[in-house]
Design a protein around this ligand. Structure first.
Ligand SMILES: C[S@@+](CC[C@H](N)C(=O)[O-])C[C@H]1O[C@@H](n2cnc3c(N)ncnc32)[C@H](O)[C@@H]1O
Length: 212
């Protein structure tokens, strides 16, 4: 899939489903690499979960790094994006080569069953769009699904919450305030590394968490 087609698909979903899509453009290769950097260091076969793949910008980097014995589960809430990815696994040599090692699920993350099953989770969920109660639920799912010692990598756009706060009404400002406090507590407790990625629209930070 060309980058232009990918952007068109992504923007179409942004307009139809702003709340869950959360951004105008897919992630850049530089951001995808930062998100996959912890997973790349593994020394034995791993079970990986990608959350919210969209058009597959980060998925492409994950499949590029998959080795024999690894397995990739992918969970996506938007059926249009699920269809786009199914097509990519059918048509594109990079994806097709790893088709037998990947399982695509059309569901919200919160419905993925299991406890302590993933070595790595790579998430593109737009947390800043969500109510705080949903973000708490999402973190409960991250922590339930990650095995002890496993790594969660996710990203957020730089300076987006402080910037949004200056543009919105009181109710939304209060949501962003509570969300910021919640995320700051999580970052203080579990983040062991962050990578700032300026080559992305908009610039982003990839965060890497270990919960134990
Ligand atoms: C900001 S986009 C990221 C897309 C892609 N990972 C990237 O970086 O280009 C967020 C993605 O998360 C998906 N999503 C939102 N809420 C979700 C949920 N609860 N479970 C699974 N996917 C979800 C959206 O449909 C969308 O594909």
């Amino acid at each position: 899939m060309s980058y232009l087609t990918e952007c068109r698909e992504f923007y179409g979903q942004f307009r139809q489903r702003y709340y869950t899509t959360g951004s105008i453009l897919p992630s850049s290769r530089a951001l995808a690499r930062a998100l996959v950097s912890e997973c790349r260091k593994r020394s034995r076969p791993a079970r990986v979960l990608e959350v919210g793949p969209g058009t597959g910008a980060v998925t492409a980097e994950i499949v590029r790094q998959l080795r024999a014995g690894d397995h990739l589960d992918i969970v996506e809430i938007n059926e249009h994006f699920v269809q786009v990815l199914e097509r990519r696994f059918e048509d594109e040599p990079l994806f097709r080569a790893r088709r037998d090692q990947a399982t695509l699920m059309h569901a919200p993350l919160q419905d993925v069953p299991g406890v302590g099953i993933y070595d790595f989770m790579i998430s593109g969920l737009p947390l800043n769009n969500f109510p705080v109660a949903l973000v708490r639920d999402i973190f409960r799912s991250y922590q339930r699904l990650l095995r002890p010692g496993g790594v969660l990598s996710y990203f957020e756009y730089l300076w987006i919450r402080p910037m949004k706060k200056t543009l919105v009404g009181a109710g939304e400002r209060q949501r962003l305030h509570v969300l910021t406090r919640f995320l700051e507590r999580k970052i203080a407790a579990a983040q062991f590394r962050e990578d700032w990625v300026f080559f992305n629209m908009p610039p982003a930070v990839a965060r890497h968490f270990r919960f134990d």
